[in-house]
Design a protein around this ligand. Structure first.
Ligand code: ATP
Ligand code: MG
Length: 419
């Protein structure tokens, strides 16, 4: 098995680039060693894309800086106090971290001591499948027997789960996130129970850290299953301060064949936690979401509410162009999906074929643009002033009522020649 794994790693695209090989050559001087660790190795073995590469090394952070400079690479020392130097090689950043052994931990603040012991470095990582290393030729180093867990997609804590969680409560969220992203089968019961027992520790985490893991969890394929477990064990409420509409969220993820948007964290958070506007705002604050994320969520929420209010099952489906004119294309898509999920979870789903078509129209239809400007009315003899604004609004309403068919000429004629 190890021979196959070495072969797989040895052929990985990311390992066979002059860029990463230059980093290895720079680091592996005077008896120092370097190995790729964590996500890059795990993802390669599981056939997932490798978005970023972490390298562990025996070389000290200042030495890493110096050697990178000497090799003509670009070191950035932003995390140097924790032992991490970002080395940019051929435009690609590599996070290079000196082997560590934690002597003492206080929640997230670990007092870091640098070391040269690869097994100790592995032992302070979170899960066995994250403690796999590859050297520059793709040779696997597996000090804790994580390979079998990785290939079986089992997420298991390294060491005693309760004590590992107490060192860093973020590991609770990482446990569910890594399971949702890479796991298969039942979640590891010992890990789950420890998360449950230690749940109060989540209160010590900053909103940024919770938000970062939550976003990644929501993008993962098994997000619905993981969130259901988190909700059943009270973790969601502690992490976000509110209730999760888990059935709605499961229904949303069930719409994946029609809409990749269902794994967008913003839409997921609206469906899960944003049934009323106050809850939505609290989640945004709590998870320290960006303005762009908040705006998307608020628009999605407004579109969802609009559909919920007009949800007479006998009424015709909403008009696609009206939806995109009011909420923008993404807002309309989000609103439709959120409302569709809500109705599915209620046991009153809208007709699937009609809604798939509607979704398609919302994605394709040209964005309507109101054709009349104030200047057009002035040119037709209307006086500038507040009355002109009102007239424009009235014309816009008529134009919308005509399903955006009235032309500029039609509308200017309707306005008459004087206000
Ligand atoms: P991905 O980048 O896909 O999220 P990853 O495993 O690379 O996955 P990172 O957050 O980049 O995740 O962390 C890199 C490695 O550092 C992990 O694989 C793990 O070995 C270790 N690690 C990260 N966070 C923790 C933590 N809170 N506690 C212990 N080890 C951690
Ligand atoms: Mg990573």
């Amino acid at each position: 098995m190890t021979a196959d794994v070495n072969h797989m790693l040895g052929r990985a695209d990311w390992l066979n680039t002059p860029g990463i090989q230059a980093v290895f050559s720079a680091l592996e001087l005077e008896g120092d060693q370097a190995r790729v660790v964590g996500g890059a190795v795990r993802n390669t073995l599981l056939g997932h894309p490798v978005p970023d590469i972490d390298i562990a090394t025996t070389a000290r952070p200042e030495t890493v800086m110096q050697r990178a400079l000497d090799a003509g690479l670009k070191p950035v020392g932003t995390g140097i106090d924790h032992g991490t130097v970002t080395v940019i090689s051929r435009g690609v950043p590599y996070e290079v971290t000196t082997l560590r052994q934690d002597v003492e931990t206080f929640g997230r603040q670990a007092k870091v001591v640098f070391g040269r012991d690869w097994v100790r470095d592995a032992e302070r990582r979170d899960f066995t499948l994250n403690a796999l290393y590859s050297d520059r030729r793709g040779h696997l180093f597996d000090p804790l027997g994580g390979l079998a867990d990785c290939l079986a997609r089992r997420v298991r804590f390294i060491g005693d789960p309760d004590s590992r969680i107490r060192e860093d409560y973020l590991r609770i969220l990482r446990f569910f996130r890594i399971y949702a992203a890479y796991g298969e089968g039942d979640i590891d019961a010992a890990g789950r129970d420890a998360c449950l027992r230690q749940r109060d520790g989540l209160r010590h985490l900053s909103g940024e850290r919770i938000g970062h893991e939550m976003r990644r969890l929501l993008r993962a394929p098994l997000a619905a299953a993981a969130l259901r477990m988190m909700n059943d064990s009270g973790l969601w409420e502690i992490a976000t301060g509110g209730l999760a509409r888990i059935e709605d969220y499961c229904a949303l993820r069930g719409l994946a064949p029609f809409a990749p948007d269902v794994s967008d964290p913003e839409l997921g958070l609206v469906v899960l936690g944003g049934f009323v506007r106050e809850d939505l705002e609290r989640i945004c604050d709590r998870l320290r979401l960006s303005n762009a994320e908040r705006n998307r969520m608020r628009t999605a929420w407004a579109a969802m509410k609009f559909l919920r209010q007009s949800a007479d099952p006998t009424a015709p489906p909403p008009d696609a162009r009206d939806m995109i004119y009011e909420f923008g294309r993404q807002g309309a898509v989000d609103g439709l999906l959120a409302h569709w999920a809500f109705r599915k979870a209620q046991g009153t789903p809208p007709p699937e074929d009609d809604w798939r078509e509607l979704l398609e129209r919302v994605r394709q239809a040209p964005l309507p643009a109101f054709p009349v400007k104030g200047a057009d009315l002035i040119a037709a003899g209307h006086a500038p002033g507040p009355a002109l604004g009102e007239l424009l609004q009235k014309l816009e309403t008529e134009w919308r009522a005509s399903k955006f068919t009235l032309s500029k000429v039609d509308l200017v004629l309707r306005a008459g020649s004087s206000g």
